[in-house]
Design a protein around this ligand. Structure first.
Ligand SMILES: O=C(O)CCC(=O)C(=O)O
Ligand SMILES: [Fe+2]
Length: 712
């Protein structure tokens, strides 16, 4: 019916993220807007936010409406294009319009802009907002046409001022039945009203969708406008409204514009500048670099850029560069010796992307572990201007995005932040801040120079500067948790003055610690179809840690170097006396006691419970945790003894036959020895009564073992 009689207009000169969102919402509700000014340069004055201008929009519409100026039944709906979403179909909008008895209806807002002096001329209203906003309006064609022509307007004049003066002209107001939608029956301008709106899921015949409601006026606005300072609020609402995300279908807007690269020939794939940044000492960088290398994207389509600002990481980066840099399309490295600060380096990486005429710019900071090798490909396929893979510190709510901003531009929690971070809600989220890892479409980069788009901005750190620029340019930043992409490393407690500092990360980066240091066959210890090895009666033998663990532990001890004298007097012990002394270093001497205790609890205790059924002691206690060194010319063996433990664990830290000869543990009661010990495997045996034992003589080289007397 009337649908054919309504003309919908907007002004947009080019495709932007906001315009895509507008178009999508229009399509969702079957609306076909006429776009004015497309492909032209903006003529509406300085195109700077919060500055007057936009008269051009009036002149464009004037021309477009010329043919309809006498068409009495024709309704015209005008909306801005970059910061507007339709929330309903045209029938509903027309019905609501007719109820107002207006012939011209404008949206209202709480600020009298651009001329606050005009406030006193405005009629007083009982409820709702008093002041005209020109981003959303509608009316009958002849009346709108008359309003547009009530006085001449220059392209660079302010459109809102023009309409405001029209509205404040009482004659014109009365003649045109010119009204404001005070209560947002149709038009919701968000500026100054963000706390007055809420989303709620509404179920109709077909499905559930999120709708907007004004909780002050109890209306359900049909078109929403993120005017003034409310852009990020509209961005947040836009993640759900207009069926972007529905409870049943979840992320519907994720599929918009998505592309598929699977059939693209390598030579036709987009080229990517992959920019790696080492700005702080970071645990587990070797693994990080392997994940970079494992990305499923042809290296011949990737330009590699590395900024390393951390001396400690030089060997890690160098070994990666030596092995792999040649496979990339090009390679550039900035080392700590270049002493280039972070923001400059990041700007240089943008320049590198320009020089190489890249299609995409992909940042991966050293704390970003891309466990999913398809990350880069999936992000390109998502086809957004800026998109980040969601990365979270395991078990924490710390991620690489912010859901909302405070007024000063700092972190604020959004209503859905935790649902997103915990993957209870999956999708593609328009957010005001991302960092650490993201993909940028270089078409956008090419539009702006370093004065507009840079990591360098006074009083901002590099990430904040970049995001703040993107926000100002109305470029959307999306973060995706559609699939798992990876996780974040926590670098806070990383102390590179220690030897093997990653060994100390069992608390802050447990997942990565386990991955590097727990024996890959550890789960086999609990395989019901397998019997735990038992080389001597009640002496069990189980894989527990990796070679890397063993090597790192030996390095820690040798770097510390203060091996005990092997004497009976030992001031490290409470009694000050050891009947059967070894040459050893205790864990607490290298600050690794708490780490060892948690290791015992998480990894050793389950094996103990599995092999010695019925004994539970959680957490395990242990006062004696140490690494023993046997050497022919130092202390080559240990005489028979009992341990003061309920059970003892004895981990072989190096390799018999290669690192040393001889050695092993002999259990006298059973006349049974374990001499072919395996690096990273532990012996676990009772400490007293039955398991009288001795350390066999090392005849050559050095033997290292890790001993713990559990539950003394
Ligand atoms: O050398 C061995 O394997 C045994 C070491 C031992 O029994 C001890 O340190 O208490
Ligand atoms: Fe012992």
């Amino acid at each position: 019916r009337e649908i054919d009689d309504i003309l919908v207009y907007t002004v947009a000169t080019s495709e932007t993220d906001g315009f895509q969102r507008y178009t999508r919402s229009a399509i969702e509700y079957g609306i076909k807007p006429n776009i004015l000014g497309w492909g032209e340069g903006w003529k509406g004055g300085e195109n700077i936010r919060y500055r007057p201008g936009g008269g051009w929009k009036i002149n464009l519409l004037k021309k477009a409406l010329e043919p309809y100026k006498d068409d009495k039944n024709r309704i015209v709906l005008f909306t801005d294009g970059y910061d507007v979403m339709f929330l309903s179909d045209l029938n509903t909008i027309i019905d609501a319009f007719k109820k107002t008895n207006a012939r011209v209806l404008f949206g209202a807002e709480s600020a009298c802009w651009p001329d606050p002096e005009l406030e006193k001329l405005y009629p007083v209203v009982e409820s709702g907002k008093r002041f005209l906003n020109s981003g959303l309006y509608m009316g009958y064609a002849p009346d709108v046409y008359e309003l547009l022509n009530y006085s001449p307007v220059k392209d660079t004049d302010d459109d809102q001022l023009f309409f405001t003066l029209g509205y404040l002209d009482e004659d014109l107001r009365t003649r045109l039945h010119f009204k404001l939608d005070y209560n947002s029956e149709i038009f919701q301008n968000l500026n100054g009203a963000t706390s007055e709106v809420e989303m709620f899921p509404e179920t109709n015949k077909e499905y559930t969708e999120y709708r907007l409601k004004n909780v002050v006026t109890h209306t359900q606005p049909l078109i929403v406008h993120g005017n003034g300072f409310s852009k990020t609020n509209l961005n947040a609402l836009g993640n759900y409204l207009a069926r972007a995300w529905t409870p049943e279908e979840e992320c519907r807007h994720c599929k918009w514009g998505q592309i598929d690269l699977r059939r693209t020939l390598v030579k036709d794939l987009p080229t990517v500048v992959l920019a790696l940044f080492f700005e702080m000492p970071t645990p587990f960088v070797e693994e990080y670099l392997m994940k970079i290398q494992d990305l499923e994207y042809p290296k011949e389509r990737i330009h590699l850029f590395i900024h390393n600002n951390v001396k400690y990481h030089m060997p890690h980066v160098q070994s990666f560069v030596d092995q792999f840099s040649g496979r990339y399309k090009s390679f550039k490295q900035i080392t700590p010796d270049d002493s280039i600060p972070e923001w400059t380096a990041r700007d240089l990486s943008l320049d590198y992307c320009m020089q190489k005429d890249c299609d995409f710019y992909f940042v991966v900071d050293s704390i970003a572990h891309l466990d999913n090798p398809y990350t880069l490909q999936l992000l390109i396929e998502q086809n957004r201007t800026v998109v980040a893979p969601m990365l979270v510190r395991p078990e924490k709510a710390w991620s690489n995005f912010w859901g909302a901003l405070t007024k000063d531009g700092f972190y604020a929690r959004s209503h859905d932040y935790l649902d997103i971070v915990y993957n209870k809600r999956k999708g593609l989220w328009n957010v005001p801040f991302i960092n650490t890892c993201y993909l940028v479409n270089a078409t956008m980069l090419k539009k702006y120079d370093r004065t507009q788009l840079s990591y360098n901005k006074e009083n901002f750190d590099a990430d904040m500067a970049f995001c703040s620029n993107l926000n100002e340019l109305d470029v959307f930043m999306y973060v995706s948790n559609r699939v798992d992409f990876g996780h974040l490393i926590n670098p806070e407690s990383y102390d590179v003055t220690r030897t093997a500092p990653d060994m100390y990360q069992i608390f802050d980066n447990a997942r990565d610690w386990n991955q590097r240091y727990i024996h890959p066959d550890y789960p086999e210890n609990f395989n019901p179809n397998k019997k735990t090895l038992q080389p001597c009666p009640d002496v069990y033998w189980a894989p527990i840690v990796t070679r890397r663990f063993c090597n790192d532990l030996i390095s820690m001890m040798e770097a510390f170097g203060k091996w005990s004298e092997g004497k009976n007097e030992d001031e490290r012990l409470t009694g000050g006396y050891e009947a059967v002394p070894t040459r050893d270093i205790h864990m607490n001497q290298v600050g690794w006691d708490p780490h060892w205790m948690i290791f015992l609890q998480r990894w050793v205790r389950p094996v103990q419970e599995h092999v010695f059924t019925g004994y539970f002691h959680d957490p395990p206690r242990s006062l004696m945790n140490f690494v023993v060194r046997y050497k022919p010319d130092e202390q080559p063996s240990l005489r028979p003894h009992h341990d003061s433990s309920t059970y003892t664990i004895n981990i072989a830290l190096n390799e018999v036959g290669k690192d040393y000869e001889g050695g092993g543990c002999h259990f006298l009661r059973y006349n049974c020895s374990v001499t072919d010990t395996k690096t990273g495997w532990m012996l676990i045996h009772p400490g007293r009564l039955t398991h009288y034992h001795e350390g066999l003589r090392v005849t050559k080289g050095i033997r290292y073992i890790m001993i713990s007397f559990v539950d003394p």
